[in-house]
Design a protein. Structure first.
Length: 555
């Protein structure tokens, strides 16, 4: 018998008995599909272990409270798309007794009691769990005070995230209606060992997570794929310590547009998993967009739909002036067709906002007349949450209203703490307003879940900037150099690098970086920076400006 501090998640299917009474076969089929498509992949991805399976509920243990909560929240966001299944989740961290692959004790009992008082679609956590969450997750929970729990001696402080809110509903529906649908068949495995099944489930969730970051692609895990959609079919095989993943990508007509093989070994399973998933995601994006581009180029300009123009812009390269300008024009054409979807408007706002940051202010100026129209159109479609996600940072740049920016970021992060646009907007708002540590949390989470997002270079630069503002110069340089390798004209990253080098006393390198910056923005001064970039006065900003001054940037 072992006693360990463990995070415990208790989950229960709402209304199971009634559903079984009404249609047992349908209910069992829905649960089997939900477990294969959503529950098992999500649990495996966060290193969870199902220790009790009661048919209509589960007890799952995790290595950390944050992994348990992240898993539960993302699972609930996914189950929203299921028309007939709702679950409740309770999470506690405490001592549990582990014996014969089972768990007992107060830690398990409290998690179960928390689940029982949670509303359908919600997640409740104890105060002990809440105290371990970072700033990107805490806004999602409300303090419901101390609660008396059955058979628990002391009251427990409870924090709860309710069921589906209006903002999350809009985001879910937007994702469901994306331009191109892709079904991922859960990764099959041979032989069916626990270790191989866990790896297969984790890879299924990784593929779903990373492919879902593109707003133009609607991704769903499906045991039985829908008709007329792109389909990804991965199969994992093992022989001794050797691994092979074979993945087939099919177009909507059922034709193959990609067949990928990845070999590895059990000895380096985690590194192999990351590298393999990264490669597959990159190939899927390229192959689908190449397939769509070939189809679209056979259509005369006058006959192209707004979806066609949007897809042409979906593979935008954010590192060159030519690519940004060309794709902004594609999106302008899409928006002119009055589409019933916000995707082209959001892509357009992302491109124009990025252009000036990457040293292409002329593009921003050329397309600025369309920006108010894009914002208004998103609002007209009733997608206020999408507007807040996309515009929180650009709006702050215009208004410099710190209190309003923080309020908008808090509202968005409450409902969408895993949305890539929400995370990157929040990161830059916190960074510019003297909260670099909170900004760093946002950028780090973005880089974890959205490494293939078009704005990933900006998040890399933002990570470096926050580290610089916190005085962690060597760490900052590693991220800034990565961003600058991808986008040499990223002037913001160049300035952050100059400040880092100056603070480290590497003045020759700082002068060299400043000379490079002058090629893009000649004669740039501290006054120019204050006019164009909305940093608030404070110790972090002063650290940055001091570094620029040491390198020779004039007032």
């Amino acid at each position: 018998m072992d006693i360990e501090l463990t995070a415990v998640m208790a989950a229960d299917v709402v209304g199971y008995s009634q559903m079984m009474g009404a249609d047992a076969a349908r209910t069992l089929g829905n649960l089997r599909r939900m477990r294969a498509e959503l529950f098992a992949p999500m649990i495996a991805s966060y290193r969870g272990k199902v220790v009790k399976n009661m048919g209509d509920g589960w007890i799952v243990t995790f290595a950390s409270a944050s992994e348990a909560v992240t898993c539960a929240m993302r699972l609930q966001n996914k189950i929203v798309l299921e028309p007939e299944i709702r679950i409740r989740v309770g999470i506690h961290i405490g001592d549990v007794i582990k014996e014969d692959e089972d768990v007992f004790g107060e830690g398990v009992n409290i998690a179960a009691r928390l689940e029982a008082l949670t509303e359908p679609g919600g997640v409740s956590v104890s105060g002990a769990v809440y105290s371990m969450l970072d700033g990107t997750l805490r806004p999602a929970f409300d303090d419901v005070g101390e609660q008396e729990l059955k058979n628990i001696d002391q009251p427990v402080r409870v924090w709860s995230r309710g069921g589906l809110t209006e903002a999350r509903q809009r985001l879910v529906m937007q994702q469901k209606k994306s331009i191109l649908p892709l079904n991922i068949v859960p990764v099959g495995c041979t032989p069916q060992t626990d270790e191989l099944a866990s790896l297969a489930n984790a890879m299924t969730n990784d593929l779903d997570t990373f492919l879902s970051t593109w707003r133009w692609l609607s991704v769903q895990v499906r045991l039985e794929p829908d008709a007329d959609v792109y389909v990804l079919r991965p199969v994992l095989r093992a022989s001794g310590s050797r691994l092979r993943l074979e993945t087939l990508l099919l177009d909507p007509s059922g034709g193959s547009i990609g067949h990928f093989k990845h070999d590895g070994a059990m000895t380096d399973i985690f590194d192999w998993q990351d590298a393999t998933v990264n490669d597959i995601v990159d190939r899927v994006q390229i192959n689908i967009l190449d397939n769509e581009r070939e189809r679209i180029e056979a259509i005369a300009d006058a006959d192209r739909s707004w979806k066609d123009w949007t897809l042409l812009a979906a593979r935008a390269d954010f590192t060159t002036r030519t690519s940004l300008k060309e794709n902004a024009e594609y999106l302008r054409r899409a928006m002119a067709m009055n589409p019933p979807d916000s995707t082209p408007h959001q892509l357009f706002l992302g491109i124009t906002a990025t252009a000036s940051t990457f040293g292409f202010a002329d593009i921003m100026q050329e397309f600025s007349p369309q920006i108010p129209m894009a914002v208004a159109r998103i609002e007209d479609m009733g997608q206020a949450s999408a507007r807040k996600v996309t515009m929180a940072y650009p709006k702050y740049v215009r208004t410099r209203n710190v209190a309003e920016a923080h309020a908008e970021v808090a509202a968005v992060m409450r409902d969408m703490p895993f949305d890539p646009d929400a995370l990157i907007n929040a990161g830059f708002v916190f960074m510019f307003t003297g909260h670099a540590a909170r900004g760093l949390e946002c950028f780090q989470k973005f880089r974890t879940y959205s490494r293939f997002h078009p704005l990933s270079i900006g998040a890399e630069g933002g990570t470096g900037a926050c580290l610089m503002l916190l005085g962690r110069y060597e760490e900052a340089l590693a991220h800034l150099d990565t961003a600058l390798q991808a986008a040499p004209s990223y002037t913001g990253a160049l300035r952050w690098k100059i400040a880092c080098l100056a603070h480290l006393g590497r003045m020759a390198e700082a002068k060299e970086a400043l000379a490079c910056h002058d090629q893009y923005v000649p004669g740039y001064t501290i006054t120019d920076l204050r006019k164009s970039v909305p940093y608030v006065d404070g110790p972090e900003t002063e650290r940055y400006l001091d570094g620029l001054r040491r390198a020779g940037v004039a007032e």
